[in-house]
Design a protein around this ligand. Structure first.
Ligand code: UD1
Length: 421
């Protein structure tokens, strides 16, 4: 199993390019299931999760070609089965995104229930209730969701909780339903809007994406199209925080700072001097120690839960006390235990972490537990004194393209090893 060895206590400095957003690329690849013509997707990040999505589609008989390293052409015409097996769904919960498209286009789907995951229960009840409201017959048996519908029917669906993949699943299903579907309390995340843009290129009739009310008028069929994935706002934010935690200066190019409002406000409060353009953002600490910030995670446009762990690492090194409240996932503080091993001062009370900043953290062997947690450990290690070994970095490979390459370009001393030397 791969590990990182990071020699810390060096300010990051330099420029990198953002990759395409994992959380937009995944639903967009699943959207290819909605038609029998090729969907060409560009700016696809090279990640484990994308590899899992490719496998998931391929084992259904779908043709997936890769004409360039960041380009995939998905043709669902030869699809033979609508099954998403446990082995793949277990490794990537976002596999649930094939459910809506399969029921809409093939009239049936058999998708393994995802089961538990490191950051909480993460049920899919809202995906299922929405499909049932659209007329699908849903059966849970043998650990699988079996869904069937001759043709889905448009209806009004009010989500109890804002759910990103739930909104995406039902929006995709609605594109081929009979009549109009109205999704209320829909997720407003930019990745949902990017999926809607792609679906519209495929012939879908969608209005209101990016707002809490999305209207979809069903059509008989969708067609092939080409779509470029939007930049990854979480990746962008992660590198900016890494720069800030190490008292450095990091510029991310080919990104979209307008997607990062809530994150940039916090970086500014932490003392970073920001420079923004249409497609770049730079955060410069001018050698200063960050100030502690308070975080409260919320659905977009609030502060993203996917940036919470990175800011906890920042607060561990900051001047003052920061309070971090996690309201989206109930068990998303697993990184705290590992940060403590580096000498951090963190007290957890329910869904709140109180972090008292330390002038310095010191290296220790630590272990990644989930995707964003691993990003926070890398940030802490980059700032810590000494050589930190981070185990189980496959979590990081799920969501960050070329992490070592990008960090090395910023001057980090980071090495990947396959086993302890
Ligand atoms: C997506 C993102 C993930 C991000 C999360 C929240 C992808 C592939 N993943 O995950 O990176 O952290 O949004 O921004 O886009 N819930 C229910 N019932 C449901 C569905 C969700 O109760 O049927 C709850 C969840 O337990 C959670 C909350 O709703 O408390 C939000 O989850 P959701 O937005 O669905 O997360 P994902 O779409 O899985």
């Amino acid at each position: 199993m791969d590990k990182f060895i990071i020699e810390g206590n060096r300010p990051l400095s330099g420029e990198i390019e953002a990759s395409g957003a994992k959380n937009a690329a995944l639903p967009i690849l699943c959207a290819a299931l909605l038609c029998d013509e090729p969907l060409r997707v560009t700016r696809v990040p090279r990640l484990w999760d994308i590899g899992t999505a490719k496998k998931l589609l391929a084992q259904m008989g779908v043709e997936v070609r890769q004409p360039a390293p960041d380009e995939l052409v998905v043709n669902a015409a030869p699809i033979t089965t609508g099954v998403a097996p446990y082995e793949l769904v277990r490794t990537m919960r976002a596999s649930i995104l094939v459910l809506g498209p399969l029921v809409a286009r093939r009239g049936e789907a058999h998708v393994s229930l995802p089961g538990g995951c490191a950051i909480g229960a993460r049920p899919v009840n809202l995906h299922l209730a929405g499909l049932a409201a659209m007329g699908a017959e849903i059966r849970l048996e043998g650990g699988f969701i079996h869904a069937r519908a001759a043709r889905l029917k448009g209806t009004r669906i009010v989500f109890d909780t804002v759910t990103v993949t739930g909104t995406e699943n039902l929006m995709m299903a609605a594109t081929l339903a009979e009549g109009e579907t109205i999704l209320e309390n829909a997720a407003r995340e930019p990745e949902v809007a990017d999926l809607a843009r792609c679906l519209k290129r495929m012939g879908a009739r969608i209005e209101g994406e990016g707002s809490p009310t999305i209207r979809v008028r069903g059509v008989k069929a969708l067609h092939g199209a080409e779509h470029e994935v939007l930049p990854d706002r979480i990746e962008t934010g992660t590198y900016l925080v890494a720069g800030a935690a190490t008292r450095g200066r990091v510029r991310v190019n080919r990104t979209d700072p307008s997607l990062l409002d809530a994150v940039l406000v916090k970086l500014q409060q932490a003392g970073a001097k920001l420079s923004l353009g249409a497609d770049f953002v730079e955060a410069d600490m001018q050698g200063r120690r960050p100030r502690a910030v308070n975080i409260h995670t919320l659905p977009y446009p609030g502060f993203p839960t996917d940036m919470q762990a990175q800011f906890m690492a920042l607060d561990c090194l900051a001047e003052g006390v920061g309070t971090i409240r996690e309201t989206i996932f109930e068990n998303r503080f697993m990184h705290a235990q590992e940060l403590l091993r580096l000498g951090a001062d963190i007290r957890i009370e329910g869904n709140t972490a109180v972090v008292t900043g330390r002038e310095r953290l010191t290296a220790a062997p630590i272990m990644a537990t989930d995707l964003r947690a691993s990003a926070s450990l890398v940030i802490a290690a980059l700032a810590a004194e000494g050589e930190t070994f981070i185990d189980r970095i496959y979590h990081m490979d799920r969501g960050y393209e070329d992490i070592e390459g990008k960090l090395a370009r910023l001057g980090a001393r980071i090495k990947r090893v396959s086993k302890l030397l």
